[in-house]
Design a protein around this ligand. Structure first.
Ligand SMILES: [Zn+2]
Length: 329
């Protein structure tokens, strides 16, 4: 039986990849022994391996380029580090010569380390650049605080460091925690961990400030009560967003309701802590009278509007969210 080149050209790719059955294979081979055109076609198919070779070479080039970039940043980093050694050496000599001992030299060293942490470190470190840079920046900054503190014979080191770490942590804790190689419970609750770290640092800031000013019972009572009350709000929002198992609409709605239940009363609570008597500002609300006079209806009206709006928008979103869930399931 004579088979046309058309059929063979259909079979050729399968034959080339070695996936056609024995009968087809035999047919193709018989045809190839007699037909130059199809043999040429098979050779062309084999040449496609060239593509593989090209892509392999391309990868080589990319890798080579990455290596070159790495080497270059390592060189630049080393150069900056060695340039930094010049002021180190100069201040070392000058400090020794003028003071007869090393004192403010350490401040210079610490400042240069802060500089190096954001220039040399990201250039030289290969993995986890962000964490290494941040870590060395904070470490050298604290060292700078400490050396200045010791040099001036003062005692504000903790007063400066704890709030500084707290401030940085608010921004960076989520990113740092995300990159940490955690396992088990901690790996599933990284957001919770970041929130807990920030909460602890906030209380540490209050404690260190209180100790520094020698705050009495009043300081501890007011600061701890007001802080704890205010913390309820971000924590409630976080827990709602992270742990309510529902769609985004429902979670957004819950956040609105939490806001409506919190914002109108936080001032009442703060006044109670400060002045000792509870006063529900919302009870003065009267939407037909807006005044700041003896009875402050304006503030109360704003509170009332916040409460009503948040509850209305919140429950509407929850309702829509829940109905969508039912439809889809
Ligand atoms: Zn043929």
């Amino acid at each position: 039986m004579k088979i046309s080149c058309d059929i063979i050209s259909d079979l050729l790719p399968l034959y080339h990849d070695g996936v056609c059955n024995e009968a087809s294979k035999k047919l193709v081979e018989e045809h190839l022994s007699e037909c130059d055109t199809c043999r040429a076609m098979l050779e062309k198919l084999s040449d496609n391996r060239l593509d593989d070779r090209i892509s392999a070479e391309r990868e080589d080039v990319v890798q080579h380029h990455a290596k070159a970039t790495k080497r270059r940043s390592l060189v630049v980093g080393t150069v900056i580090a060695s340039i930094l050694m010049i002021p180190v050496l100069v201040t070392f000599i000058v400090n020794l010569a003028t003071a007869g001992a090393l004192n403010w030299f350490f401040i210079v060293i610490a400042s240069l380390m802060v500089f190096a942490s954001v220039t040399v470190v990201p250039l030289v470190v290969e993995k986890n650049k962000g964490i290494w840079t941040l870590g060395s920046f904070i470490g050298s900054l604290l060292l700078l605080f400490l050396t200045i503190n010791i040099f001036n014979g003062q005692n504000w080191f903790f007063l400066a460091t704890i709030p500084t770490i707290f401030g940085l942590s608010i921004i960076f804790a989520p990113f740092v925690v995300k990159q940490l190689p955690l396992t088990g419970f901690a790996s599933r609750h990284k957001g919770l961990l970041a929130m807990a770290i920030n909460t602890v640092l906030l209380y540490a800031t209050i404690v260190v400030s209180g100790l520094h000013v020698g705050g009495g019972t009043d300081y501890w009572r007011t600061s701890l009560l007001i802080t704890s009350a205010c913390l309820i709000y971000p924590w409630a929002l976080f827990l709602a967003i992270r742990y309510i198992k529902a769609n985004k609409l429902v979670r957004t709605g819950v956040c609105f309701i939490i806001s409506g239940a919190f914002i109108p009363f936080v001032n009442d609570f703060v006044s109670w802590v400060l002045y000792g008597t509870w006063y529900t500002n919302l009870l003065n609300a009267n939407l037909f009278s807006w005044q700041f006079g003896p009875v402050n209806t304006s503030n109360a009206n704003v509170s009332l509007l916040i409460l009503l709006t948040c509850f209305a928008v919140g429950s509407a979103l929850v309702a829509i969210g829940l109905s969508r869930k039912k439809k889809s399931s």
